[in-house]
Design a protein around this ligand. Sequence first.
Ligand code: PEP
Ligand code: MG
Length: 556
Amino acid sequence: MGEWRGAGIGAGIAIGPVVRLEQSAAPTPTDTLSTLGAEAEAERVVVALGSVAALLRRRAVHADRVVRGVLEAQALMVEDPALRDAIQLRLDDGVTAEAAIAGAFGAFAELLVAAGGYVAERATDLRDLADRAVGALQGLPSEAIVDPGVPYVLVARDLAPADTAVLDLDRVLAFVTSEGGPTSHSAILARQRGIVAVVGATGVAAVADGTELLVDALHGRVVADPDPAERAEAELRLAVQASALATPAAPGALADGTRIALLANIGSPSEVGDAARLGAEGVGLLRTEFLFLDAAEPPTVDAQLASYRAVLDAFPGMPVVVRLLDAGADKPLAFLPAGEELNPALGRRGLRALRAEEGVLRDQLAALAAAGAGSAAELWVMAPMVTTVEEARFVVQAAHDAGIPNAGVVIEVPSAALIADRMLRHVDFASIGTNDLTQYTLAADRSLGGLSALQDPWHPAVLRLVAEVGAAGIAQGTQVGVCGEAAADPLLAIVFAGLGITSLSMAPAALAGVRAALARCTREQAESIAAAALAAEEADEARRAASAVARARFIG
Ligand code: PEP
Ligand code: MG
């Protein structure tokens, strides 16, 4: 029985036989000096890159809309003139087509890695394209996935868009990758399609084809040949998962009728369809970075307005909570450079970056106010990375001045949680960002796969901070939601309800599981589950204690 740990995507569980994606392709070119001459090598480059671009476009035809866009962008990347120039320069030095392609793509990939965050994850895509081009030069086959004809767990180093485009996703029970983080293409696709996944599980690529693999996204664990006890627990969760999917999408509530609004986390207007279909009662977190990510200049007020309106219009009569631009650290933006910082996560990010470029903040507020004024949805706006009461007062005032009546803060820095009683006096609402709150409480960089064991929102220190904010919310009658990934964990959702949280926002695919879990216990029961978790010394112990109370009394 082997066991690996990585970052779990969502809260699901799956068991099935392994199919490995063969990615041994393209050996690094060793014979770098050309015997053919630069001109002949240049022709080989054209043929190889042309065949990769054609393969990407062929796969794009059958892919869904999101993957199609990525594949088309990649085909353009392969044909990028700057890359061609970089390859030609190397050919002029007398190297082979293989070496020139590997060298030029590698240099571009390093630039992406240096940019950090989301951008760095795209370096894997570029390296995949280089491997495919070198593979084409060496006559290696490009279709690597063998469909076994039964549902399976796909194990790979990392999945490139060109790989996933040819998969029959209905047959894939889970993805497990040994590389890549929570913002890799594999993770994004898993979130969008509600596929169970664990990414960055170092060492898992060695598992043999056909091995029975248990993939537990909730706990970021992968187990080969699970023992009978492990299997029984997994089967119970599979049954709950299946019944959750079969339950109609009603508004979120505990068994005694206490309302817990179930909202969607959305990264762009293209995701509203899934959220509405899966019964979201509004949007609890619209991440607005999509508007700014690839821009050299901030988008105009009009361009922003159109995007905000597209989301608001999908939720008439419902709340749509928009987070102001959260630039910096894991979300670097070209036009808001933070400068050289040794610790970007502790640097000029979130509201700090917006205050340094107040024009960007004012434009975003103006666009949001205009979108909200003309919409049937309820617009709420919140600021990321708020650390002090002065910051909370500043941003709430700025939003009110712009004509937005509902203005709040994301509580994701321990200082804000620790004085939540004072912070909440100045805001219309708050939402706890458990991803960052966990990173800052445990002092463990959320982008480092190697520290994933520490990045656990079940840690009682994180739970105590959530309790602090929940209690302040109850005392002052202020709504406090949770919008980090932790809200997607059904058992943790019960704990949050027991700590006074009034709404939970998550990837739409997780809504059904959380809805079903909440419906199984009363407020009082949720409080006793929360108390058991809070009393623990470690994250694992908190999880086990909550699970034992839940199973013994009402859930199992
Ligand atoms: C969080 O930090 O929990 C959060 C919701 O925001 P993000 O993951 O975008 O930083
Ligand atoms: Mg955050």
